[in-house]
Design a protein around this ligand. Structure first.
Ligand SMILES: [Zn+2]
Length: 191
């Protein structure tokens, strides 16, 4: 198994990724959280490297957010996608700094209660969302999607045009178009 990483402790053995349920308490609420670590097959050391530490921090943060009644990272991602915002646009609109939403969504940091309240309001009310866009002067950057009614009328306005045989515009008659293409020695579409 040469593809396994070398042990950071002894430098000889190889490590495999493991998880272990660890009891955690936050504000009187207890939970068993899956903590990630590496286990060496030679010196039997178990330790969390950079990647595991980051992952474990996020798992603990997600648990704390849950206890505090804050939106989870996944819920914030869903809300952002509900309005088709990039993380940068979300930060401009709601505040928190340029990388705020990456951090919220990855559970790297917890959003403030005020931010959480704003996000919940906007999640519930598209009217509040568009009012905020206006308030922040972001109408050009965050464009309101066309109403379904308008796009429907566009579809309805498309009328089928049937070409007369020998029409001067071959694009109206696919059969005629194909016949002409072949007659000029062109390669057919499906080769
Ligand atoms: Zn080792």
């Amino acid at each position: 198994m040469e593809n396994k990483a070398l042990c950071a402790i002894c430098g000889e053995g190889h490590v495999t990724a493991q998880t272990r349920e660890v009891e955690t308490e936050y504000k009187g609420t207890k939970a068993l959280l899956p903590m990630h670590y590496q286990l060496c097959d030679t010196c039997t050391s178990d330790y969390a490297g950079m990647a595991e530490s980051k992952l474990n921090k996020r798992i603990v943060m997600a648990f704390r957010k849950q206890v505090d009644g804050l939106l989870t990272g996944a819920e914030i991602t869903a809300l952002r996608k509900q309005y088709q915002l990039t993380q940068a646009q979300a930060a401009k609109l709601f505040g928190g700094g340029p990388v705020a939403f990456s951090k919220y969504e990855n559970d790297d940091v917890a959003q403030s209660e005020a931010m959480d309240t704003l996000l919940r309001l906007v999640r519930r009310s598209p009217a509040a969302f568009w009012a905020l866009v206006e308030e922040k002067g972001l109408q050009t950057e965050i464009a309101k999607p066309q109403s379904p009614l308008r796009s429907m009328s566009k579809v309805v306005s498309i009328t089928a045009v049937r070409a007369e045989v020998g029409s001067p515009d071959p694009s109206y008659n696919p059969r005629e178009f194909r016949r002409r293409s072949f007659s000029h020695g062109a390669v057919p579409c499906l080769q």
